[in-house]
Write a protein that binds this ligand. Structure first.
Ligand SMILES: [Fe+2]
Ligand SMILES: [Fe+2]
Length: 397
């Protein structure tokens, strides 16, 4: 998809959104910032935004409060031919944004049986040290702002947690389908709204004074957070990727049982007033989910269809590991860069009001005297932001 096509698509999506759309019907992709820039980093970011908008067009979304006729808003937002103008770019965007990562992972995967892979992975994750981000935060006084940013970046997917994977449960494919459905209904709180995982996540957001609106922070999402969202959605939007979807669940449920325990302890220690049920619940239930994926989905499918299915499952798991790895490393790098800028007197911690019309800036095109909001962390001068890691996003305040 060329830059010109992206500019035309952006203008179309902007016109469809109107000036003050509810966050759930906001389709803007920052093409105005791209129009006067040749930044490759910004180009990549705008492409990811377009792909995110395309995937999310499949979700039922309602604004928190009525502002005009929601029937009219939905007719307009979900208009089939307007959606098609966005979706026809999807495959080209996936080719540029997702496939290179999948190919890289495929080339690096060691050939082994799926059973051996699972043994290695379970052992590796269960004995792993806490993540680098939380370890580093232990030594930082201003950790609240950095943790708030972690919550915002993770909200790209978690505010509709398990909606992507719900797309893999429809159809008709035997006993593994029912095991996946049982996991899915756990994710949806067994029908008890207050226990739905996305609702538990909102309670943690509230504890940090954050908005709970789905996509409300899209202007602050950085590129690796969007990339992670899009990798997950690229898997689940097509049955072609079914076995890779299983690989996603295998890796995500297994690694989550470990990482959420660390987050739970972090919140209890440093933010005891914040509701940490989201993390406490996952540290417990994902032990079962991981076990169900292994024993009720992966093993029966490999037994029924053979090892080439196992190789697809491994690929999906490794692609998921790679996407999480990029996002995790970026989170730490941007946090450390920001803290260093604060120490140097070039930045200050705090979350300014989100400016949905502020220019979107990447480190490779940062210049001038503008103040930029970086994620949920704080504000920084454009000059200092120019040294930030690729994938960082600054938003003019
Ligand atoms: Fe969950
Ligand atoms: Fe789970």
């Amino acid at each position: 998809m060329t830059r010109d096509e992206l500019l035309i698509l952006g203008a179309d999506l902007r016109a469809r959104s109107g000036d003050t759309p509810p966050a759930v019907y906001d389709l803007r992709i920052d093409e105005l910032s791209l129009a006067d820039s040749n930044s490759p980093q910004l180009m990549e970011h705008v492409r990811h935004l377009a792909l995110m908008r395309s995937y999310q067009g499949r979700f039922v979304l309602l604004p928190d409060v009525a502002n005009g006729s929601v029937v009219d808003q939905m007719r307009r937002h979900y208009d089939a031919s307007a959606m098609l103008r966005l979706d026809r770019h999807r495959s080209a965007l996936e080719t540029v944004l997702i496939e290179p990562m999948a190919e890289r992972v495929g080339a690096e995967v060691t050939i082994q049986t799926c059973a051996d892979y699972i043994d290695d992975m379970l052992g590796g994750i269960q004995s792993a040290a806490p993540g680098d981000f939380l370890l580093w935060l232990d030594g930082i006084d201003d950790r609240e702002h950095l943790y708030r940013n972690f919550l915002i970046q993770s909200s790209t997917d978690l505010l509709a947690e398990a909606s992507a994977s719900a797309l893999g449960v429809i159809g008709e494919y035997g006993p593994p389908q029912s095991a996946l459905f049982r996991i899915l209904i756990d994710e949806f709180g067994y029908g008890v709204h207050d226990k739905k995982h996305s609702v538990l996540y909102r309670k943690t957001l509230r504890g940090f004074g954050l908005s709970e609106q789905y996509n409300g922070y899209w202007p602050l999402f950085d590129t690796p957070a969007l990339a992670l969202h899009n990798v997950i959605h690229s898997l689940f939007q097509s049955p072609r990727n079914f076995f890779r979807q299983i690989g996603f669940l295998l890796y995500a449920e297994t690694s989550y049982q470990r990482s959420t325990g660390d987050h739970y302890r972090h919140l209890r220690k440093y933010h005891p007033a914040v509701d940490a049920t989201y993390f406490g619940e996952h540290a417990h239930i994902d032990i079962h989910h991981s076990d169900m994926v292994v024993n009720e989905v992966v093993k029966p499918l490999v037994a029924r269809f053979g090892e080439d299915v196992g190789q697809e499952i491994i690929l999906g798991a490794e692609l998921t590991r790679a996407a999480f790895g990029v996002a995790d490393r970026h989170l730490l790098a941007v946090s450390q860069a920001f803290d260093a800028a604060v120490q140097a007197g070039e930045a200050s911690y705090g979350l300014a009001a989100v400016n949905t019309t502020g220019r979107c800036v990447t480190p490779d095109n940062a210049a001038g005297s503008a103040k930029l909001q970086v994620g949920g962390i704080g504000q920084i001068s454009a000059v200092a932001f120019a040294c930030f890691p690729a994938g960082s996003i600054g938003r003019e305040v």
